[in-house]
Design a protein around this ligand. Structure first.
Ligand code: PMP
Length: 355
């Protein structure tokens, strides 16, 4: 830290993103990207847009919000587009949480929540997941704080039924409940229709997972127009042009080609079920997942050892050092070909260990 770094942030511990290795080509199952390329129209639309890069992008994202409105069946005033759901979440924390309305979220969840809380000086409480890694709905009933729930949760992949989300929202009318739906398209039930019923519900989503666009950084929030206005206050006070022209046209085109992405989600779900069975047959316990990843623990191989051995064999998965989950690894679901390589390499490792 330089002597110029502000004292206000001297204790800030930044988020550690998953590895994006540049050295060699891995079977990359570590950051929950889609193994499928963007739909066919996206490439042409993006290259046609290059001519217009001399102009600023549209801060209101009218074209994008209109397409979103069609796909999500909700008026454009209920939607805001941002630079990834990371930015949407940061803006929502800034807008809806403070000393008087501190944050509450599970102890095992998306690692960016405590970092966004710290950078915005928002106090937070972490509520332990139950022993089987479930969110205990009762813990959040009338909790009287700004609630953040990833549904499905990460890195566990466990999904809460919509009726439980609704109970939490209903019981905290004086606070915002943020539901992070980064992985909702892989089998969960979205809370988007509930925003018409509850003015304290803020749902976030992303194009990074089910729409194969982690590289363009496109995320969104859906909520009552009053809340969308609040987020716009933050957005127009930081970076109104947070969606660039290439991202915007990529997003618009993807929404027009939604069938392609729906088909890919179906394939990922099938591959997830196949991978779960395979892992279970070689001594893993796998948490039932509704996401594009599984969270799995070998009864025989330590979490870190498995991660390192697979990396050596060219397969990258995600290991977390937090005590409670250090024996687990999070494995992104890729193509069937990739999943077969994963299983083959794990079998090799077991043989090498004489298991
Ligand atoms: N929420 C959760 C639960 C995530 O795992 C991620 C991806 N790391 C994000 C939000 C952020 O996604 P993005 O910024 O790519 O939209």
């Amino acid at each position: 830290m330089s002597k110029f770094f502000t004292q206000r942030l001297e204790n800030l511990v930044p988020y550690v993103p998953g590895e994006q290795p540049q050295d060699k080509k891995y079977v990359k199952l570590n950051t929950n990207e889609s193994p499928f390329p963007p739909s066919s129209g996206v490439k042409k639309a993006v290259s046609d847009e290059v001519e217009s890069l001399k102009l600023y992008s549209d801060p209101e994202c009218v074209a994008l919000r209109n397409e979103m409105s069609r796909v999500y069946n909700i008026e454009p005033e209920w939607i805001i587009m941002n630079n990834g759901s990371d930015e949407t979440l940061n803006f929502a924390f800034m807008a809806f949480a403070d000393e008087k309305s501190p944050l509450v979220f599970p102890d095992i969840t998306y690692g960016f929540y405590p970092v966004f809380a710290e950078i915005n000086h928002i106090p937070y409480e972490e509520i332990p997941l139950t022993s089987d890694f479930s969110v205990n709905t009762e813990d959040y009933i009338g909790v009287n704080k700004t609630v953040v729930i990833a549904n499905p949760n990460a890195p566990t992949g466990k999904c809460m039924p919509l009726c439980d989300i609704e109970k939490i929202v209903k019981s905290n009318p004086q606070n915002i409940v943020i539901v992070d739906e980064a992985y909702i398209d892989f089998g969960g039930e979205t809370a988007v229709p509930l925003v018409k019923k509850y003015n304290n519900l803020f749902v976030t989503g992303t194009f990074s997972k089910s729409r194969s666009m982690a590289g363009v950084r496109l995320g969104f929030g859906i909520a009552n127009p009053e809340l969308i206005k609040d987020i716009n206050t933050i957005k127009y006070s930081t970076n109104p042009y947070n969606i660039d022209r290439l991202t915007s046209i990529a997003g618009v085109t993807a929404l027009k080609e939604q069938d392609y992405y729906d088909k890919n989600c179906k394939t990922i779900i099938e591959n997830r079920e196949w991978t779960t069975k395979q892992l279970e047959s070689i001594g893993f316990s796998v948490i039932p997942s509704k996401a594009n990843f599984v969270f799995a623990k070998s009864c025989e191989i330590e979490g870190e050892k498995l991660y390192l051995s697979l990396k050596e064999k060219g397969v990258l998965i995600r290991h977390f050092t937090k005590e409670r989950i250090k024996d687990y690894n999070r494995i992104t679901i890729g193509t069937m070909e990739q999943m077969k390589i994963l299983i083959e390499k794990i079998k090799e490792i077991r043989e090498e260990m004489n298991l």
